[in-house]
Design a protein. Structure first.
Length: 33
């Protein structure tokens, strides 16, 4: 099995993200395999 999804991001870095980049962080991680 593999865990898929975006990696956890550092809060100090994520405040500089634009709306497209923030949308990627809303994806919930899951498992496959």
């Amino acid at each position: 099995m593999s865990v898929v999804g975006p990696r956890p991001e550092i809060i100090d870095i994520s405040k500089y993200y634009d709306s497209h980049q923030l949308r990627r962080l809303k994806v919930k991680p899951g498992m496959t395999g």
